[in-house]
Ligand binder design. Structure first.
Ligand SMILES: CC(=O)SCCNC(=O)CCNC(=O)[C@H](O)C(C)(C)COP(=O)(O)OP(=O)(O)OC[C@H]1O[C@@H](n2cnc3c(N)ncnc32)[C@H](O)[C@@H]1OP(=O)(O)O
Ligand SMILES: CC(C)C(=O)C(=O)O
Ligand SMILES: [Mg+2]
Length: 521
C-alpha cells in the first residue's frame, strides 16, 4: 500500500473566529484573561488564523487582540475592521506585535444591506472596497476582504468587487453566508462560478464563513471547500451570531473521518478538541448541548442495550471515530432503562462482581425496575442493588409488598405482605409516623424480642430520585446485628433493612429452630 502525501492544494486553512464572531452572540462576552486562555489553546491546537477581536469595538477588545498578537507562537493573528480608515488603522495597531498579523476588512454587497444599512449605492460600495483594501494593504501584506451578505449579493456585482479587492491587494477573499440562507449545492456553485469568472481569482485564497440559521453551516462550509475555497471560518462549539457559526470540531472531524469523500487536510491536533470545547464553554458560560456532534457529553455514550452489546463486540458497530481521537478517554456505556444483559454483566465485571446465573437474573430484573423509576443509574446504585441481592439470596423472610399511608393526618398506617419461609402473610399496623407503622407491621408478622438500636437514612447519590440507603441495628441476646438496604422509596428501604437485620438473627438460629420460634425467642 502506498501512503498518500497530502498536497498543498488540498490544504484547508482553519480560521477560528470564536473570539470575534463567537463572542458576538448575546451572553458570550469573555474577559481579557479568558480570551488569552482560549487563544493560547487555539494556537497550541494548530489553528492557522485566530481572529482575536474587533479592535475598534472597545479598548478591551483592542487590548485583547494586542496581547494575543504578542503571545501567539504559530498562528496568524487577525483583527476585524469596517471599511473605514479609523477602523483599519486601529486594527493595524492592535495586530502590530504579531509575528504574522492579518487585517480583515469587510463591506456589505447585497442590495438589502447596501440600500438600508449602508445607505450607499453600488458604485460607492465598489469604491469603498478598493480604498479599504488599499489602506489595509499599506499596513500589512496579509489582508482579507469579506463581502458581507455575499450569498444574497447579485452575482456580477460580487465578481466585480472580488476582482477589485484582489487587485487592491487582498490575499484572502471571504464570501460569507452572513444570514445562514444558503444551501450546500448553491454555495458550492457560488465558489466554483466566482473563481471561474473572476480573472485574478488565482491570486487569492477563497474562504467560507457560514451561519447556522437553517442548520446547514457545516454542510455549506464543506460544499464551499469542494467548490474551491481553502479557508474555513469557524468557532469552537459553533458559537456565534444568532444560531451560531460553523463548528470547528465538526468540519475538522468531517474532513478526517470522511477523507474519502472530502479529500482535504488541516493541521488541527484533534485530540485537543474536547478540551477546547470545555474551555470555551467555561469562558462563555454557554453549556454544550448533550447531543452535540464530537464534543457533546453523549457523543461517545451508549445506553441502549442493542448498541451496548454491539459496542462490546466491536466498537465499529456504532462509532465512526474513536473517542481518543478527539480527546475523550473512552466510550461510556451508560446504565439505564434501555440497557441489556450484556452491558449489565460487563458493568458488574468492571465493578468486580461475579454472580451466578440466578442471582444475575434477579439482579437484572431489579436493575430494570430501578431504572424505570430513576433517571440516572450510578455505579453506587448498582453496588447497593447487587450487595442486597447477594445478602438476600438466603433470606428466610422476604418483603413481597408494602403500602403506607402517610401525611398530615395521623395515625400513619402500613399494610405489608411477607413471605415467611414460603408462607405468605399479610398484616396492617398503625404507627407514630410511617417508619414506625412499617416496623410495627414487621413486629406483628414476625413477633420477636430484638430491640431497635439504630435507624439511619442516607442518599446513595444526589437528586430527589436518589436511592435511600437505610441502616438498621437490632440488639438481640446481647449482640447487635446491623443491616443495610437501598431503594428509591425510603420506607421500602427501611422495611428491607429491618428485615435484613432480622434475617441475620434468624439465620444464626435457623439450624436449631423453626423460623417463627427463632425470631420470637
Ligand atoms: C456580519 C458581522 O458580524 S459584522 C460585525 C458585527 N460586529 C459588531 O458590530 C461588534 C462590534 N461593534 C461595535 O462595537 C460597534 O457597532 C462599532 C464600534 C463597530 C460601531 O459603533 P457606532 O459607531 O456606534 O455605530 P453603530 O454600531 O450604531 O452603527 C454601525 C455603523 O457602521 C456602518 N457600517 C456597518 N458595516 C460597515 C462596514 N463594513 N464598513 C463601513 N461602515 C459600516 C453602518 O452603516 C453604521 O453607520 P452609520 O453610523 O453611518 O449609520
Ligand atoms: C464580518 C463577516 C465576515 C461576518 O461575520 C459575516 O458576514 O457573517
Ligand atoms: Mg459572521
Amino acid at each position: 500500500m502506498t501512503a498518500t502525501i497530502p498536497s498543498d492544494k488540498d490544504r484547508v486553512i482553519i480560521f477560528d473566529t470564536t473570539l470575534r464572531d463567537g463572542e458576538q452572540c448575546p451572553g458570550a462576552t469573555m474577559t481579557f484573561e479568558e480570551k488569552l486562555e482560549v487563544a493560547s489553546l487555539l494556537d497550541a491546537m494548530g489553528v492557522d488564523v485566530i481572529e482575536a477581536g474587533f479592535p475598534i469595538a472597545s479598548d478591551g477588545d483592542f487590548a485583547a487582540v494586542h496581547e494575543i498578537a504578542k503571545r501567539a507562537k504559530n498562528a496568524v493573528i487577525c483583527g476585524l475592521s469596517r471599511a473605514g480608515a479609523k477602523d483599519i488603522d486601529r486594527c493595524a495597531e492592535a495586530i502590530r506585535p504579531a509575528k504574522q498579523g492579518r487585517i480583515h476588512t469587510f463591506l456589505s454587497t447585497s442590495p438589502v444591506h447596501m440600500k438600508y444599512k449602508l445607505q450607499m449605492d453600488a458604485e460607492q460600495v465598489y469604491q469603498l472596497v478598493i480604498s479599504a483594501v488599499t489602506r489595509a494593504r499599506n499596513h500589512t501584506d496579509n489582508v482579507e476582504w469579506s463581502s458581507e451578505d455575499g450569498t444574497r449579493t447579485e452575482f456580477d456585482f460580487l465578481c466585480k468587487c472580488v476582482e477589485a479587492a484582489i487587485k487592491a491587494g487582498a490575499t484572502t477573499i471571504n464570501i460569507p453566508d452572513t444570514v445562514g440562507y444558503s444551501v450546500p449545492e448553491e454555495y458550492y456553485d457560488l465558489f466554483k462560478r466566482v473563481r471561474e469568472n473572476v480573472p485574478n481569482s488565482d491570486k487569492a485564497v477563497f474562504s467560507v464563513h457560514c451561519h447556522d440559521d437553517l442548520g446547514m453551516a457545516v454542510a455549506n462550509s464543506l460544499a464551499g471547500i469542494r467548490g474551491g475555497a481553502r479557508q474555513i471560518e469557524c468557532t469552537v462549539n459553533g458559537i456565534g451570531e444568532r444560531a451560531g457559526n460553523t463548528a470547528l470540531e465538526e468540519v475538522v472531524m468531517a474532513m478526517r473521518v470522511r477523507n474519502d469523500k472530502l479529500p482535504f487536510w488541516n493541521k488541527i491536533d484533534t485530540t485537543m478538541l474536547t478540551r477546547a470545547s470545555k474551555v470555551v464553554s467555561a469562558a462563555t458560560s454557554f453549556p454544550v448541548q448533550y447531543n452535540k456532534a464530537i464534543v457533546g457529553r453523549n457523543a461517545f455514550a451508549h445506553e441502549s442495550g442493542i448498541h451496548q452489546d454491539g459496542m462490546l463486540k466491536n466498537a465499529e458497530t456504532y462509532e465512526i471515530m474513536r473517542p481518543e481521537s478527539v480527546g475523550v478517554k473512552q466510550t461510556s456505556l451508560v446504565m439505564g432503562k434501555h440497557s441489556g444483559r450484556h452491558a449489565f454483566v460487563h458493568k458488574l465485571e468492571e465493578m468486580g462482581y461475579k454472580l451466578g446465573q440466578n442471582q444475575l437474573e434477579d439482579a437484572f430484573v431489579r436493575f430494570k425496575a430501578l431504572a424505570d423509576r430513576k433517571k440516572e443509574i450510578y455505579d453506587e446504585d448498582i453496588e447497593a442493588l447487587v450487595d442486597q441481592e447477594i445478602a438476600q439470596s438466603h433470606d428466610r423472610i422476604k418483603l413481597l409488598s408494602l403500602t403506607v399511608i402517610a401525611g398530615t393526618h395521623g395515625p400513619q398506617r402500613a399494610t405489608m405482605k411477607l413471605d415467611v419461609e414460603g408462607q405468605t402473610k399479610i398484616e396492617e399496623a398503625e404507627g407514630n409516623g410511617p417508619v414506625d407503622a412499617v416496623f410495627n407491621c414487621i413486629k406483628a408478622l414476625v413477633p420477636h424480642v430484638a430491640k431497635l438500636e439504630l435507624y439511619q437514612v442516607h442518599a446513595v447519590t444526589q437528586g430527589t430520585d436518589a436511592q435511600a440507603e437505610v441502616s438498621v441495628r437490632l440488639a438481640h441476646e446481647g449482640r447487635s446485628m446491623t443491616a443495610r438496604a437501598a431503594d428509591p422509596d425510603t420506607l421500602v428501604a427501611s422495611a428491607k433493612a429491618y428485615l435484613s437485620a432480622l434475617n441475620k438473627i434468624v439465620m444464626k438460629r435457623e439450624r436449631d429452630l423453626p423460623v417463627a420460634e427463632a425470631a420470637a425467642s
